[in-house]
Design a protein around this ligand. Structure first.
Ligand code: SAM
Ligand code: DTB
Ligand code: SF4
Length: 330
């Protein structure tokens, strides 16, 4: 089995992206079958634990205070509401519960509250993930001690296009946070958004950055921009679905052992497009009718899709190596 490469050149990534579609999907799917169970997807549920009034200026986001999106702001949720939502998610079949906060970064005091949430969700027997903005090394260590499994922090796009989308924090800030998370021994969840007006090269550069991190992220969310009225990116040209599937396939080839998450934007995707994404190597998604502030397909719709495709939600983390299949957290 080939080793994981973290030295991809932009030319190599662009060449993969430009392959004839059938060749690209064949290569991606072959790698997918080597490393993962073929017909299962990992299922996470999201909850916004602190909504709106964010000081950052991310031009895609409903929650930035710079964007007049009519979103009602909410304070940090009480612990019991989080436990209730996680319990419901678990009963509906999610194995990971992801909590997101509209912060530039958490204060140490707000982190105390989040840590209680993480411990309570762990006690339910679920994996935990949080996305709270920038994190210091000391904060990452505190989250690890609380038992946090994953930290989500996206690079969002290429270093070159990034300044067109966000100006209040730099690309390097994001890389620093990812390094703090990795050093604290927390699994890294990092990906980006497609359909913001970026070029093919930008998409290739985003994947190159993720694949060439010293250790590749365990989880790579690929979001399609959810266009929110009142944000600068509302009205952006929609990305052709074939380009979206190509990006998933290239992510699978560059990061063969990472979970690739078909993330935001699924309400706008046909069943056929999602099926192609699964074939191309997507093996994780958000389950539940809401993402953070925007809609996601209803449970029943996803259940129908899974049944039609013969896909089973993963009940435990499965890692395939040369000749053994290890089941973790069974
Ligand atoms: N505030 C924290 C941060 O930005 O790091 C955590 C929450 S933020 C909403 C998490 C990620 O969601 C963003 O980095 C972005 O990639 C994604 N996201 C936000 N709004 C989106 C949208 N309208 N469409 C697609 N993805 C979006
Ligand atoms: C990620 O990459 N996508 C999720 C999760 N990480 C936190 C968030 C998607 C947000 C979509 C817009 C919203 O619902 O506000
Ligand atoms: Fe704030 Fe995160 Fe939205 Fe950016 S993506 S405005 S940091 S909530």
């Amino acid at each position: 089995m080939s080793a994981i490469r973290t030295n991809w050149t932009i030319e190599e990534v662009e060449q993969l992206y430009a392959l004839p579609f059938n060749d690209l999907l064949y290569e991606a799917h072959s790698l997918h079958r080597q490393h993962f169970s073929h017909n299962s997807v990992q299922v996470s549920t999201l909850l916004s634990i602190k909504t709106g009034a964010c000081p950052e200026d991310c031009s895609y986001c409903s929650q930035s205070s710079r964007n007049d999106t009519g979103l009602e702001r909410e304070r940090l949720l009480p612990l019991q509401e989080v436990i209730d939502a996680a319990t419901m998610a678990k009963n509906q079949g999610a194995t990971r519960f992801c909590m997101g906060a509209a912060w530039r970064n958490p204060t140490d005091k707000s982190l105390d509250h989040v840590i209680r949430m993480v411990s309570a969700v762990k006690d339910l027997g679920m994996e935990t993930c949080v996305t709270l903005g920038m994190l210091t090394q000391a904060q990452a260590v505190r989250l690890k001690e609380a038992g946090l499994d994953y930290y989500n922090h996206n690079l969002d796009t290429s270093p070159e296009f990034y300044g067109e989308v966000i100006t209040t924090r730099s690309y390097q800030d994001r890389l620093d946070t990812l390094a703090n998370v990795r050093d604290a021994n927390i699994n890294v969840c990092s990906g980006g958004i497609l359909g913001m007006g970026e070029t093919t090269r930008d998409r290739a550069r985003l994947l190159q950055q993720l694949a060439n991190l010293p250790v590749q992220p365990e989880s790579v969310p690929i979001n399609e921009l959810v266009q929110v009225e009142g944000t600068p990116l509302a009205g952006a040209d929609k990305l052709p679905s074939i380009d979206f599937v190509r990006t998933i396939a290239v992510a699978r080839i560059l990061m063969p052992k990472s979970y690739v998450r078909l993330s935001a934007g699924r309400t706008e995707m046909s069943d056929e497009m999602q099926a192609l994404c699964f074939f191309a190597g997507a093996n994780s998604l958000f389950y539940g009718d809401k993402l953070l502030t925007t809609d996601n397909p209803e449970h029943s719709k996803d259940d129908q899709l899974f049944a039609a495709l013969g896909i089973k939600p993963e009940t435990a983390k499965v890692i395939k190596s040369d000749d053994t299949t290890q089941v973790l957290n069974a």
